[in-house]
Design a protein around this ligand. Sequence first.
Ligand SMILES: [Zn+2]
Length: 448
Amino acid sequence: MMRIILALVFLLFLDFEPSLTRGGIDIIYSNLKRIYNHGIKNETSWRKLVSLCDDFGPRLSGSENLENALDWIESVLKTEGFDSVWSEEVLVPKWVRIYEDCELIYPRRKVLPVMAFGGSVSTPSNGIFAEVLVVKSFDELLQKKELAKGKIVVYNPPYEGYGKTVQYRWLGAIRAAEVGAIAALCRPISPLSLNNPHTGVMSYNDTVPKIPFASLTEEDVLLLQRFQDRGITPKIYLKIETRHDGLFPSRNLIAQINGSVLPNEIIAFGGHLDSWDVGSGAHDDAGGCIITWESLRLIKELNIKPKRTLRLVFWVNEENGLAGGEKYAELHKSEPHTLLLEFDVGVFPPKGIGFTGPDTTWTKVKSFEKYIQDFYPNVVVFKGGGGVDISPMMREGYPGASISTDDGGKYFWFHHSHKDTPDKIDLKNLNDCINLTVMFIYLCSELL
Ligand SMILES: [Zn+2]
């Protein structure tokens, strides 16, 4: 009988964590409660978000704005009592948007808001005046390739989710050049346009000429489509001036609380501080930077001593190069990382935690759900997580995670446009995302 009772007691403990005592579980729950109660009243988060977005503006790699924002964050980090704060040099590409102008000339005159995609070359200095060919897909472009020569190709792909539709931005200049077009334009990769173009990274290759490539608004692309459908071939004027300045020395910025039991085991987490050169990169990714920054600060403020080392990283150059993520992996791949987490999905109500890694770790991470659901009952832990900046470390075999949010499709309304400003962010969502992030990294620190 005694053996059965002992076995039952053992199973009871096993239901929590095999290595934990009841007292250990109580401490974890009590710290989660402290995090939650403190976090929902956090006002520093909003102040930091507004300062980052409003005082420094957009933060494209190679820009003074990005360097000034890095300086400011570093100076604040040094007042927050972390064990260490340091920078690591990263060479980032410097591309500069100088001038852009687009106008419908025929069949009537109309100014067309335009925004070059990141990396686009310039038009000739007096611009391009040409007929347009509107296509809804690369297949249609191939079918009509005889009509494309010497024209400006305008892509009008229906929005079928970002992951699928973004190929038109990434490959559009190459495909248009392959059929002899002299420039290309595209509707925004967004489910909703309010007469706004959206930028983003694009690509060239060495086999065809590099032609200028830019976003129009959805409304104007649909206007051009309707003209073409009625047998009218619109003519437009396009002038784009940009500059490639080679490589520029920037840096990843890092702050750390050393682990109290396993200091050599690292939980690294962060967002990308660079943004596109329009709006102020509030959702993408000032929000992710502030959420992960405040996560580390709350651990410190609540005097929680994490078992493992907690390392906050502000990566640079996610938008147009990944130099920050690559540099981090180059410098740190030999340090044991228990897990890396990136927040880069926009600041909306948190709905889950995605995880990619070995099954043994997955089982433990999945068990965190029961702790988190006491505070956020709808949050689930699911398979499939990661982020662009942590992808080089994940390639080395380290587990990766990301928070997912319930954006109702809205993230891509704002993304990479003048609309991405702090007024699109809600303080409650910001603090809930911080709470979930800090709870998760704390659980990883104590229980993985
Ligand atoms: Zn991003």
